[in-house]
Every structure is written in C-alpha cells, then in structure tokens.
Ligand binder design. Structure first.
Ligand code: ACO
Length: 311
C-alpha cells in the first residue's frame, strides 16, 4: 500500500471527482467494485429466469410483449454491468465461472418461485421498485463507468416498475379472485423483498468502506426504510394489506415502523438453500452449455477478423 497515494485518492473522492478506469486506485477499491458490480450483473441475468417462466403464459398479447421486452432489458443490464466490471480488469469468463461454480453471489430475491401471474406484477412493483431505490444513488457512485451504466438502467427499471404496478392495479380492480391472487402474492414476496437491501447496518461488513469511497451513498437500513415509506401508501392505494402486524406509521419520526426481518431465512437463501437456488443454478449451467456454440462462433469470427487485419 502507498499511504500518500491513498490520501490523494481519498481527497479526489471527497471532492466528488469521478474515478476512471486508467486512474490509480487502491487495490481494495478495485476489488470491492468488481465484487459488487459482478454480483449485480449476475442478479440481472439470474433475474430473467423467474419472469421468463411467465412469458408463454402472459394473459394477453399486450402483457406478453411488455414482459418479453422487460426480460430482454434485464439481460441488457447484465451485459452492461459485466462490461463495467471489465474496465476494472476482470475477465467476463472468470466472473461467469464464479457464478456457475456457486462462488459468486446474486440477489437472494431471485431464489423465490413465481407461482401466479400476480407474481409478475409484484416483481415489477416491488422487486424493481427496490432495485430503483438502491440504484438511483449508484448513479452518483464514485466509479465513472458504473455510475454511467446506472443512469440508463434506472430509466428502464422505472418503466418496469410502472408496468408491474399497472398489473397490480388491473388485478386489484378485477374480480374478487384476482384481488385475492394479488394479496396472496404480496404476502409471499413482501419479506424477501425487504431482504434485497442486505443485512442490517450492524451486520453489513462492506458498508463503512463503501460509504467512505462513495460507492454507496446510503446504508442498507436507510434504503430499506426509504423503500418502505414509499411503498406502503402504494399498497394501501391498491386496497392491499401488508403481512406485518407491526407495520405502523410513526408520527414522531414520520416513517413507517416495521417488524423484525427473519435473518435466518436471509442467511439460508444466500448460503444456497432457498426455495429455488438449486433450480436456478441448474438452469444457468444448462444455458451456459447450450450457448457454447455461440461463444465458439463469436471467437472464431473475432480471430478471423484479426488475422485479416494483420494480413
Ligand atoms: N442477496 C444476496 N447477497 C446479499 C444480499 C442479497 N439481498 N445483500 C447482501 N448480500 C451479500 C453481500 O454481497 C455481501 O457478500 P460478500 O461479502 O460475499 O460479497 C454480504 O452479503 C454482506 O453484505 P454487505 O456488507 O451489506 O454488502 P454490500 O455493501 O455489497 O451491500 C448491496 C449489499 C446493498 C446489495 C450492494 O452490494 C448493492 O447495492 N449492490 C448493487 C445492486 C444490486 O446488486 N442489486 C441486485 C438486485 S436488483 C436487480 O438485479 C433487479
């Protein structure tokens, strides 16, 4: 380590300067970013699976077109983010290997099943809603390529969130059975969605350094609270109830108080033992094997072009 350089680096961060790929950076800063960006990329890609499950069963042509576009957007976000990680010197093949071997994490939320059409509404409204809450501050992340990637990603996520809420509105204004389907989906997804923001601040290993380096601008608990405050009135507008008896508006703090998150479940899902972890990994490995010919063709084409350029 080089304390003088690190001091100058921190001064640049404190002055809100953007760090770019060719700038000097502490090794730990690089590693933290590769870890976070690659986990984020993996989440976008694995996140295509639970929603992809409903493309063939969407209830109308309009819904199908929107869902198809949305799932493709998520794939694009993953590609964007892998490219951002590559600017830090990571190789995409290595990142993919880490995912397929089970070494790299991806968001806990994508290990839950999509059992009804209402789940597609819930994913847009809540999962993408939580993603936006977490990612808007990342548009001001100190690392330039990540921050810039987040701008477009957030615009698309915002469209996703609206299409999800609109599905919920249609169900909640529909028949009693449709309304019940919406409520049942909210009951299953609410707590796992709150876990997306990560462990509570006292248990978060990375928050302190990530905040000092302005990779993160808010702590996990701060973002979780902001999300709950924004979302609860939206749920009440739909005429739905949240599966948390402790959820009450606190007049003093002007925030919604909420009950204790089941951190045992969170840890279990992250450790690979959630409802769908094994299925997701199996699907990812099958996809990797099925796509081998595309990678081989792309590589052969790139080699041929290079040979021509050299000739
Ligand atoms: N699911 C899986 N792993 C998680 C989750 C979660 N919901 N929350 C935290 N973790 C992991 C962290 O990655 C870290 O693991 P590691 O040390 O093995 O790398 C560990 O739990 C401890 O957590 P923190 O110290 O709080 O980690 P961090 O500072 O990275 O904060 C957070 C976690 C908030 C998820 C952060 O990484 C982040 O903002 N990432 C970018 C956004 C993102 O990845 N979103 C993905 C879901 S949204 C979507 O794809 C639509």
């Amino acid at each position: 380590s080089d304390p003088e350089r690190e001091k100058r680096f921190q001064a640049r961060i404190d002055a809100e300067e953007r760090i770019e790929p060719n700038d000097w950076m502490p090794e730990q800063y690089r590693r933290t970013l590769i870890r976070q960006i690659s986990q984020h990329a993996h989440s976008e890609i694995v996140g295509m699976l639970p929603e992809g499950n409903w493309i063939t069963r969407a209830p109308s042509l309009k819904r199908k077109a929107a869902l198809l576009a949305k799932v493709q957007d998520e794939g694009g976000h993953g590609a964007y983010l892998y490219a951002a990680a590559e600017t830090l010197g990571a190789a995409r093949e290595d990142l993919e290997d880490e995912l397929l071997s089970g070494k790299a994490k991806y968001s806990s939320i994508f290990n839950y099943p999509t059992l009804s059409w209402a789940d597609i509404g819930i994913i847009g409204w809540l999962v993408d809603g939580a993603a936006i809450m977490n990612q808007i501050p990342l548009c001001r992340c100190s690392y330039g390529p990540y921050a810039r990637a987040m701008i477009r990603v957030c615009k698309e996520e915002s469209f996703h969130q609206r299409q999800g809420y609109e599905i919920m509105l249609a169900l909640c204004r529909g028949t009693p059975e449709q309304k019940a389907m919406a409520q049942e989906a909210l009951n299953r997804w609410w707590w796992p969605v709150l876990m997306m923001f990560g462990p509570s601040d006292k248990d978060s290993q990375h928050t302190e350094t990530a905040m000092r380096w302005k990779i993160k601008r808010f702590t996990n608990d701060e973002l979780r609270q902001k999300f709950i405050d924004a979302t609860v009135p939206q749920g009440h507008f739909l005429g739905l109830t949240f599966p948390d008896p402790a959820l009450t508006f606190n007049e003093t703090t002007q925030h919604w108080d909420f009950g204790e998150i089941d951190w045992t479940e969170f840890k279990r899902v992250i450790a690979g033992d959630g409802p769908c972890n094994r299925q997701r990994m199996k699907q990812m490995r099958a996809k990797h094997d099925n796509n081998a010919w595309v990678r081989a063709a792309a590589l052969a084409y790139a080699n041929k072009r290079q040979q021509r350029a050299e000739a």
